[in-house]
Write a protein that binds this ligand. Structure first.
Ligand code: PEP
Ligand code: MN
Length: 442
């Protein structure tokens, strides 16, 4: 981490009680191997450049907050499987490659709107890399050794992802069979049957053309990348390394990192940190982001206008996306800056139910994506992708969807998230089918 970065105000950092303990941890991290290599980060940057040009679509998804307990072979497999199922539907509909990026293998630190949790009066949970979710005073004390556990958990998750994306899980036909199963079981299945049937036909067409699907490499492996919010500077900094060959520094904790809505201040430490690394960078833009802010961020983070370097992830809310997005897109276009536009339809649509659950309604999530597509369609720009919080489990955290989950289902079912409510598998795949319809309407 550069000195100028250290001098800038850093929002959302834990109040570590013991500076010496932090130093011991950062020293250990700085001598530990990177989890990814610069070459992979460059590849993702190239892929994102295709997205910016309208030649590919980005699907980015995973937990709001990963947990150490959630690092199991099954959990990682199911989450990946959900993302791959979504990706097949989107690939078919968009007729362009889908760039697959997990909010996985490093999403262990969370920004919070309050230091003290309203309900318990305890210090807020800041992600497993910082403290424990358990609501006791001891559990909530920030413990820097948890950053070492986050490093190990990320390494384990990446190892599983790298294995699964080469094996049977990534077989196009298997993934398509799961989707057909979804269409059969879902109450909304009929609506999606046509897309599923069309994919069947496309596969049959390829076979008829003499393409041997068993031997075709591209049918069996998928390219998958890891990303998380670069929030915890005591973690990201030590994992940043200078690459002699490229003459640039890379944050080797993930292929892509993003800056959150609460830490995107132009003169803050997070923007300064991101400025110094060559990874592809995302920046969340909420309702308070003015077009001038977006331009200033682009100038700071991507002065050389490197294709694929900068992705703006807008999270404006279903109510406001149609008003707030056009000026942002128009301004960037007027400045001649090509960025990748991605829609996060989750964070602008969070509500609390009468029984006290933080949730999102599936209809609002879909409506924000629809608004995002409408705006880009009207302006002639490319709706580059979606960024969603999801899980591979049958949780009951978001309302609505084909199973029409209600407030009572949240209370009586599986509300398990460590932070924000996630789409369950069914809702996530349904979202993919609905986005597929939007892509085909274009
Ligand atoms: C998140 O992605 O979990 C998050 C906190 O988002 P935002 O920074 O957009 O609020
Ligand atoms: Mn979240």
């Amino acid at each position: 981490m550069t000195d100028t970065c250290r001098e800038r105000p850093a929002a959302q950092q834990p109040a570590w009680p013991d500076a010496a303990a932090v130093q011991a941890v950062t020293r250990e991290l700085s001598t530990s191997p990177g989890l990814v290599v610069p070459d992979e980060c460059d590849t993702l940057r190239d892929r994102l450049a295709s997205v910016a040009r309208g030649e590919a679509f980005l699907l980015q998804g995973g937990d709001c907050a990963e947990t150490f307990a959630g690092v199991s072979a099954d959990t990682v497999r199911d989450k990946l499987r959900t993302i791959l199922q979504m990706a097949v539907v989107l690939t078919y509909a968009a007729s362009v490659p889908v760039v697959k990026v997990g909010r996985m293998a490093g999403q262990f630190a969370k920004p919070r709107s309050a230091d003290i949790e309203a309900i318990t009066g305890l210090p807020s949970y800041r992600g497993d890399a910082v403290n424990e979710l358990t609501p006791t005073p001891d559990a909530r004390v920030p413990d820097p050794t948890r950053m070492l556990k986050a490093y190990a958990a990320s390494a384990t998750t990446l190892n599983l992802l790298r294995a699964y994306t080469r094996g049977g899980l990534a077989d196009l036909r298997a993934v398509h069979d799961w989707n057909k199963d979804f269409v059969r079981r879902s109450p909304a299945g009929q609506r999606y049957e046509r897309v599923a049937r069309d994919i069947d036909r496309a596969l049959a067409f390829m076979r008829a053309c003499g393409i041997d699907l068993d031997r075709e490499q591209s049918m069996h492996g998928v390219e998958f990348f890891a990303s998380h919010e670069a929030l915890l500077l005591d973690y990201e900094g030590p994992l940043t390394r200078y690459d002699d060959q490229r003459q640039a520094s890379y944050d080797l904790s993930a292929h892509m990192v993003w800056i959150g809505e609460r830490t995107r201040s132009l003169d803050g430490a997070h923007v300064e940190f991101a400025r110094g690394i060559a990874n592809p960078i995302g920046v969340k833009l909420g309702p308070s982001a003015a077009p001038e802010d977006a331009v200033a961020l682009a100038e700071r983070l991507d002065p050389d206008r490197v294709p694929g370097r900068l992705t703006f992830i807008t999270r404006l809310g279903a109510q406001r996306v149609r008003d707030l997005l056009p000026p942002l897109v128009e301004k960037m276009r007027a400045e001649g800056v090509l960025v990748t536009w991605v829609c996060d339809p989750m964070h602008g649509n969070t509500v609390t139910t009468p029984s006290g659950y933080k949730t999102r309604h599936f209809d609002d999530v879909i409506d924000e994506v629809r608004g995002f597509f409408e705006v880009h369609h009207a302006l002639g720009t490319w709706p580059g992708g979606v960024h969603v919080e999801l899980t591979g489990d049958d949780v009951t955290e978001c309302l609505g969807g084909a199973d029409d989950l209600s407030d009572a289902d949240l209370a009586g079912g599986r509300y398990e998230t460590a932070c924000d409510p996630r789409l369950n598998t069914t809702q996530a795949i349904e979202l993919a089918f609905l986005v597929a319809e939007m892509l085909r309407e274009r």
